[in-house]
Design a protein around this ligand. Structure first.
Ligand code: T5A
Length: 213
């Protein structure tokens, strides 16, 4: 590792289908990293900036908005561009570790797998917007679609959560295929009791910190 990289924060993302337990585990991950002496910034996508949160509302809250897959994709990358340039990169450069609830793996899963937008188009936008920024570690919480649907059954569903079971099966397949192709992505079985999920996450984080220090 180059010397200047040692001072840079690390970029960690949490991914998974609807209701697999990302929100539940974000503060757990943040506390583990802080206990290791790191400054930590917790953020999310879509969102993380004023413009990003406005785009998130358009994407999720507006039930009646019909939207082309490409439109959705461009809005997500517009939010991501703001997020990277105004929040993520500055934080990493000052040595803060960034924990982000979803990032571009979600785009391949939802817009690529779910909506059927071509991977080549997502690749092009990722290259344009991210300028080589990829997470150092991604924890992918995996659970069968029926389990995650059950976990969110009692809440009012947003525009994407209202998609059908086949959509979420394609989302999960895409996540799993990507996870198996990349050593950056660690799969955690989110269908286990929460205590077990957190033991597995703790193990992933411990190995990551051990390798990075
Ligand atoms: N999106 C996002 C795209 O389409 N493309 C993109 O590029 C990006 C970045 C974002 C939406 O945007 C889409 C994907 C999403 O549809 P979101 O808020 O990030 O939305 O995603 P959600 O999955 O909707 O987040 P949720 O808050 O609904 O789900 P979580 O955070 O995964 O689940 P959580 O922690 O709220 O847990 C759900 C319930 O399960 C219980 C919890 O207590 C809670 O009640 N639970 C467990 N129960 C039993 N055992 C366990 N192990 C449990 N873990 C949690």
């Amino acid at each position: 590792m180059k010397e200047k990289d040692l001072d840079r924060g690390r970029f960690i993302t949490l991914e998974g289908g609807e209701g697999v337990g990302k929100t539940t585990n974000l503060s757990f991950i943040t506390e583990l990293l802080k206990a290791n002496g790191n400054q930590v910034l917790l953020t999310r996508e879509p969102g993380g900036t004023q413009i990003g949160e406005a785009i998130r509302s358009l994407l999720l809250d507006s039930e009646e908005y019909r939207m082309e897959g490409l439109t959705e994709l461009l809005m997500i990358f517009a939010a991501r561009s703001e997020h990277i340039k105004r929040v993520i990169t500055p934080a990493l450069e000052r040595g803060t570790w960034v924990v982000c609830d979803r990032f571009t793996d979600a785009t391949y899963a939802y817009q690529g797998g779910g909506r059927g937008v071509s991977t080549a188009v997502i690749d092009q936008l990722a290259e344009l917007v991210q300028d080589d920024l990829w997470p150092d570690l991604t924890i992918y919480l995996d659970a069968p679609v029926a389990i995650s649907a059950k976990r969110i059954a009692n809440r009012s569903l947003d525009r994407i959560e209202n998609e059908n079971k086949d959509f979420f099966e394609r989302v999960r397949d895409t996540y799993l295929k990507r996870a198996k192709l990349s050593s950056r992505v660690k799969i955690v079985d989110a269908n286990s009791p929460l205590e077990q999920v957190q033991r597995d996450i703790r193990e992933v984080i411990a190995v990551f910190i051990g390798l990075e220090s």
